[in-house]
Structure formats: structure tokens, C-alpha cells
Design a protein around this ligand. Sequence first.
Ligand code: 0PR
Length: 367
Amino acid sequence: MRSKGIPEEDLFSFLQSTKLQDKNHRFILSSMCTIPHPVAVRAHALFMETNLGDPGLFPGTASLERTLISRIGTLFHHPDACGYATTGGTESNIQALRIARATAGIASPNVVIPESAHFSFKKACDMIGVEMRSVPLTRDYRVDCERYLESVDANTCCMVGIAGTTEYGMVDPIRSLAAYARKEGIFFHVDAAFGGMVLPFLKGAPEFDFSLPGVMSIAVDPHKMGMSTIPAGCLLLRNEKDLCSLSVDTPYLTVKQEFTLSGTRPGGSVAGALAVLEYLGYEGMAAVVEGCMKNTRRLINGMESYGIRPVVTPDVNVATFKAPESPVPSPWQVSYTRNNHLRIVCMPHVHAGIIEAFLEAIGEQYA
Ligand code: 0PR
């Protein structure tokens, strides 16, 4: 490093000019994250130095984490759900699989996941040394229930369903999978990292949460549709004893045991996540989600008018299209699925005006 520091103004002009290399959110249509809500930013700043890894030092911040879990538990039809704030979907999924393995006590366990599962499950299975069985999807991009159940056997420690798939925005047949898992006594985890902050606010949305008795844990990310600052994920458990199966002793801390994966944990983004839910309330969140769904439908209709066909009708605000031959004009940032379908996530920052500007650019390119 430098032997002598540089003046603060020089430092910040360097940081600001470097930030200009980042893509402008106006053109980012590929991300499941968004510009954080102003109240999240304000709350995060207020709790910048707090560390939930030693909650006895920050009992106020720790109480915000409990409130966050309780608010989301209630939203997911289980006010007594327990859980904690993770760094995001990856950590939540890793922890859910660790719990499933620990509580099943199977010598060579396997985990059954849909082919559409996020790559964090591959990381999780690799880390904890369990076999990963991946089940193909039906033509509507939901997991094939029949083939799923064929993959489950006496060594299955965990079944996984996705509520809002990363690539196509679909919800798996969670009710059927949960019922089977319950009957067989298998731990069932729902990855609602994206859909968990969308589906509860939509009328007639498919069921995915603790209202289904087989669902044992749910991953949901406030740093996606919850508009909080990064990193903010949550892992919720139906039963506290399952979470406690991960407890390790932490003799010199203010609490004597912890079940989290990270040690030092940010309080700032937890305050940010709760701030958004408190500030907007159910109605405010529903308005944001409805707006995103409306924009998704408008995008699909607009693209169709140029002959660009959607792949599926998504359950959440992720739109996919049979990709045109030539690339989407710059500076628009879109993504492509593993099947080379054009994918656009209609996050809150992708407002109606942006959709229209994008459609105009697409019209000039392809019409
Ligand atoms: N589960 C699902 C269903 C997800 O979609 C994601 C991430 C995860 C788990 C993992 O969450 P974390 O990344 O928080 O650990 N989905 C996005 C993706 O991989 C994340 C993302 C966000 C990627 C913004 C790019 C980006 O610009 O596509």
C-alpha cells in the first residue's frame, strides 16, 4: 500500500470517477437487485457499525432482526417462524441443506432439486458433500413432478422447490412436492429468494409458503424485490429445533451459541430491509409489485408486436423471449438463459418509462 495516505478530496474524486465505469441502472435489465429504497439507505447508514455476530453488544439491532423475521414469517403464514438474516439466497440455501442433512442422519444423503435451481445449490451440495439429483422441467418450465418423485429415495435428506426461478420466473408445483415430502418425512426447502417478496403481494399467486404443512424452510432475499441494501437475505424455519441443529459454541461472545454461517454480520442491511417493509407496509409493497408485473406484461406485449415471442407466461416479473439473431442494442444490459433465451427482470428501477425507451430501441433495431 501507499507509504503515505492521499488527501480525502483526491481519494473521493478517484472513487467517484471509478464508479462511473459501472453500468447505469437506467440500462440494467438483467439484475435481480435494484436501487435500494431511500429509507433502506438511511436505515443502513444509521446502523453502519453494528455487528449481529455479537448480538449482546447490539441488542437493539438484534431486536430489528427478530422483527424482520417475524414480519416475513407472518407474511408467509407462520408468525412464529424462526430464522435469521443471511447474506443472501446462496447462504440461505447452503444453511437449509446443512439443516436437512444434520436432522436426517442419513449416511450417504442426496438432495433432489429442479433443473432450474440456482447454482447456489451446486455450491451447497459440493460444500457439504451430498449427492445432488437434478430433475428436468416440463414444457412450462416448472419441475416435472412425476420425474421428481422418481428421484426421491430412502437416502433423500432434502427436497427443494423454487418459488420464482432465476431464469424463467416460474413457481414449481410446491403444494404437491410439499405434500409428498410431509408424507415421507423428508425436509422440504423452498427457494423463494426472488419470489418471496413478490408472490405474497399478488392476487391468485401459486402457494409456496408455510401455509403448506410440508414446507420446513424458506429462503427469501430482501436485497432483491425487498429493495433493501445489499447484503440482505433471510432464512426462515418452521421449527426452531431445526435451526438449532447448526448451533456451535461461541464461548467468548455475548451469546454462547450461534447457528449462522457468517460470524461478523451486518446490522445495517437488516435495518434497511426492515425499514422498507415498515415504511411501505403491505399496501405499499403490493403497489410496487403490481407495478413490476404490469411492466412485465407491457414488455411482453411490446416485444410480441415486433415478432419477438415470449418463452412462457411468468409467475413473477421475469420475462424471457426467443432471442432475436442480432444482439440487443447497447447500452442496454440484458441477460441470456442457458437455453439462449433473452431474459429481462422488471425490477422496481425498470419503471414504465424505461420499458418504453427499451421497446423503442428494440423497434429501431428489429422492426
Ligand atoms: N436463489 C434464487 C432463486 C436466485 O435467483 C438467486 C440469485 C439465489 C438463490 C442466490 O442469491 P444471492 O446471489 O443473493 O446469493 N439470483 C440472481 C442471479 O444469480 C442474483 C443476481 C442479482 C445476479 C443481480 C446478477 C445480478 O446483477 O441471477
